[in-house]
Ligand binder design. Structure first.
Ligand code: OOG
Ligand code: NI
Length: 267
């Protein structure tokens, strides 16, 4: 495991960029007018609730660089469970880790996922690079499509594995944009397609968090039966509001997160 938080995020960022070319354009668009580079509000990772690779196994890598567990979230329809983690330095990205509750899925999905997980070397899970190690298995495009019918999340995991599935620009730290509407407009003017599930803006000042996101880039994946272009990773935008006590809200909003997951759906 890493012991330097910045090194870990640099690796996660470079790995994310390798399959999310649009992230460079997002930074140019929102960051080029800035004094400093953009500050990321959070990143998110996905996994299966299998003993070997459950969310706590991913969280251990962040705890090793100073992160603490802060909140938990349930997504009944998508069969997901999540927790978020924070660092004592508020400019370090928060971390949102979810896991698919595999035992609630069909026997067919369970068999496919168990086969994938069984191919992960036990030692790989604690290695420095685990959180940006991608897949430890290879599925066919047919299997990918079979998973897609039941769980877009499981299908995404089968193709992309362990990596940050998005980074999130903190609108609070941008100097040339103050509203999420203005950020969304700039993105659309530049040709980006936004995730409109549940509306382009998820959340509100009342729930202390507004979020929007691009639809994932489409990138080639080599499946066992050939190469196919499928959704990879996306960029999210978050604007946080102060709580009544004057402190900024640092949690997530389950109803909004439920829609953000859909940013990796095919266009
Ligand atoms: C995570 C979706 C939730 C948020 O900010 O609410 C999320 C995912 O797509 O894996 O990122
Ligand atoms: Ni997010």
């Amino acid at each position: 495991m890493h012991n330097n938080v910045d090194q870990l995020f640099d690796e996660l960022w470079n790995n994310y960029l390798s399959v999310t070319p649009s992230a460079v354009k997002v930074h140019e668009l929102l960051g080029s007018t800035q004094q400093d580079d953009v500050i990321n509000d959070h990143i998110a990772l996905r996994t299966f609730n299998h003993e070997k690779v459950g969310l706590e196994k991913l969280a251990a890598h962040f705890k090793a660089v100073g992160y603490k567990e802060c909140g938990e979230y349930h997504f009944e329809a998508k069969k997901l469970y999540a927790k978020h983690y924070e660092h004592s330095d508020p400019t370090k990205p928060k971390v949102f880790i979810s896991e698919l509750l595999v035992e609630q899925c069909s026997a067919e999905l369970q068999a496919i996922v168990n086969d994938m997980v069984s191919q992960i070397d036990e030692n790989a899970v604690t290695a420095d690079n685990f959180l940006y190690s991608g897949t430890h298995w290879q599925v066919s495009h047919d299997t990918y499509q079979q998973l897609l019918k039941e769980s877009e999340y499981a299908a995404w995991m089968s193709a992309w594995g362990y990596r940050a599935n998005h980074f999130t620009v903190s609108i609070n730290y941008l100097s040339n944009f103050t509203t999420i509407e203005a950020v969304n407009q700039a993105l659309k003017d530049a040709g980006f397609e936004l995730n409109s599930s549940g509306g382009e803006i998820k959340g509100s000042p009342e729930v202390l968090l507004e979020q929007s996101s691009t639809l994932a880039d489409h990138q080639p994946v080599v499946f066992s039966d050939g190469e196919f272009n499928i959704p990879s990773c996306f960029y999210e935008f978050a604007l946080r509001y102060n709580k009544p006590d004057g402190e900024i809200y640092t949690g997530f909003v389950a109803a909004s997160a439920d829609k953000i997951f859909e940013s990796t759906n095919a266009r």
